[in-house]
Write a protein that binds this ligand. Structure first.
Ligand code: TYD
Length: 137
């Protein structure tokens, strides 16, 4: 655990047929789920994200392949290699995130606490830093 995120280890139901992982709202996922989206057909040289959310929590799961998740609270920057489908990273409000270095087989699942609204995004890094400084006062 660090300041920018929390790693969630999901219970895996494993038998000779394979692995099943179940995610329930307020249990494995520590909020009420309002939206799920997945990102696929990614390009290694086409990073994504580059924003923070004002009022939204997310759990990011790399279901296949790998990528690098950068998380930044305005003071500290962490880089996490995502390559394990039984682990999620909980990103709370007001954390800048970037996604880099996708493998060709990368498949990312994102579980979010709110419906999509562009008003919730901060897409400019300096505005994010300034908002973070105000929060600390
Ligand atoms: P974008 O925020 O650029 O994706 P990323 O964070 O991976 O860089 O989103 C891509 C497009 O999809 C953009 O036009 C907004 C839209 N979008 C939705 O309509 N609904 C959603 O739930 C999300 C996450 C994005």
């Amino acid at each position: 655990m660090n300041m920018t995120s929390q790693v969630l280890n999901f219970p895996a139901l494993v038998d000779q047929r394979g692995t099943l992982i179940a995610l329930e709202a307020t249990r494995e996922i520590p909020f009420q789920i309002r939206r799920v989206y997945f990102i696929k057909d990614l390009k290694g040289d086409a990073p994504r994200g580059f924003h923070a959310h004002k009022n939204l929590k997310q759990v990011v799961i790399c279901l296949s392949g790998s990528f690098r998740l950068i998380l930044d609270d305005g003071y500290k920057r962490d880089s996490i290699v995502m390559n394990e489908g039984s682990q999620g990273v909980l990103i709370e409000e007001m954390i800048w995130r970037e996604m880099h270095d996708f493998t060709d087989d990368c498949l990312i699942l994102v579980i979010a606490s709110e419906f999509y609204t562009e008003d919730d995004y901060i897409r400019d890094y300096q505005s994010f830093k300034d908002a973070r400084k105000l929060m600390a006062k």
